[in-house]
Design a protein around this ligand. Structure first.
Ligand SMILES: NC(=O)c1ccc[n+]([C@@H]2O[C@H](COP(=O)([O-])OP(=O)(O)OC[C@H]3O[C@@H](n4cnc5c(N)ncnc54)[C@H](O)[C@@H]3O)[C@@H](O)[C@H]2O)c1
Length: 344
């Protein structure tokens, strides 16, 4: 068996030796050539310090997911199959169920694909049944036709998921719409029904899914020593901060998602549920893909660095990191290449 005791990568260089039973990865301490814990067939001494404690009997160690799986998840590529020290591990939701709303398209579709590839069982909630079914089939996941703005539809969707995949432990809210309309246009006030619709899907839809899924997570057992029961990732937008002309409803709805993040995290903290929000800048999803190429290029050029539109998988990678980093909670993360939107 090839074991790696991961210590603190920033303190020293990872070392591994073919056939070694145990590898201690620590800060280099000059001159020391042996260590009592590096005895035994095939063991090797690399250094001394924090790693030695972790190596001692592999106390409180756990088995990592297979290497390929960890690489797909983008975490822990410095490790090998074996053990990690308790307290330094990332949260591992492998084998658990995730719900991705708006998973039929764009950022949600990329997220559903990434989570499924990393070993979760993904259920897509979307209004678009044709695309949602196709996406779920391509992934080997599940599709449920859900209108996130309707609490009863959300409840039915969660029940269907629980019956097939078990308690959802990860929820990613991506369902959203963004029609453009000004406060007053050609003398007429903004259509209040349109305003309510945007808020109903983007903000209330996020609330409906988060609150109902959180209730199911609360009813389930914790999965680790921290008492973790689940993770919720919401999607706002940089429009929450830099709403442009014509984005009054959209910006209001996304501002609501930003504002909900900390109190939701606080409400759910003693239940072991973390909540974070991503505020994306400009990502190349069907909305922008429909624009002429020169417009896409011009939009991308507005991003300070990298000067291009974001790739949906870069959003999905951020979701994956949030789900696995136990210390990320109550935070809104701008994912935008430093763009600050101009008024128009
Ligand atoms: N693409 C970007 O550049 C960008 C930037 C900032 C924020 N966002 C936000 O990210 C999220 C995803 O955006 P996208 O670009 O992937 O959009 P998209 O249009 O490609 O996907 C949105 C999905 O949500 C679904 N949906 C809409 N209303 C729904 C409802 N009531 N119930 C269930 N599903 C519903 C749609 O059918 C669609 O599949 C949205 O909330 C959007 O506001 C996107």
């Amino acid at each position: 068996m090839f074991n790696l005791v991961r210590t603190r990568p920033h303190l020293g260089r990872a070392a591994s030796v073919q056939g070694a039973r145990l590898v201690i990865v620590v800060r280099r301490i000059g001159g020391r050539k042996s260590h009592p814990q590096a005895k035994g067939p095939g063991s090797m001494f690399v250094g001394a310090g924090i790693g030695a404690k972790a190596a001692k009997g592999n106390l409180a160690a756990r088995t990592c997911p297979p290497k390929g799986l960890r690489e797909a998840r983008g975490t822990g590529t410095e490790t090998r199959d074996g053990t990690m020290r308790e307290g330094e591990k990332m949260q591992d939701w492998t084998g658990h169920c995730a719900i991705v709303t708006g998973g039929a398209s764009g950022l949600g579709a990329a997220t559903a694909a990434r989570l499924q590839a990393s070993g979760l069982s993904v259920a897509i909630f979307d209004l678009d049944a044709a695309r949602g079914e196709a996406q779920a089939q391509a992934l080997g996941g599940m599709f449920v036709a859900v209108d996130v703005s309707d609490p009863a539809s959300v409840a039915d969707g969660i029940a269907a998921v629980e019956a097939r995949l078990g308690t959802p432990r990860v929820l990613v809210n991506c369902a959203g719409i963004g029609p453009a309309a000004k406060t007053v246009s050609r003398g007429a006030a903004h259509d209040p029904a349109l305003f309510a619709k945007v808020v109903g899907i983007n903000l209330i839809g996020t609330f409906n899914c988060a609150s109902q899924v959180a209730a199911r997570m609360v009813a389930a057992d914790p999965v680790d020593a921290d008492g973790a029961r689940g993770v919720i990732v919401n999607t706002a937008s940089v429009a929450a901060y830099d709403g442009q002309i014509g984005q009054i409803a959209y910006a209001a709805s996304k501002g609501g998602v930003v504002g909900m993040t900390l109190p939701m995290a606080r409400d759910l903290a003693d239940k072991g549920i973390r909540v974070c929000t991503i505020a994306p800048g400009l990502f190349l999803t069907p909305l922008l893909q429909g624009l002429p190429e020169e417009v896409q290029t011009s939009l991308g050029a507005q991003v300070p660095f990298p000067s291009r539109l974001g790739n949906p998988d870069e959003y999905a990678a951020m979701v994956e990191h949030i789900t696995s980093n136990p210390m990320l909670n109550g935070e809104v993360i701008r994912l935008d290449g430093a763009i600050r939107m101009a008024p128009r």
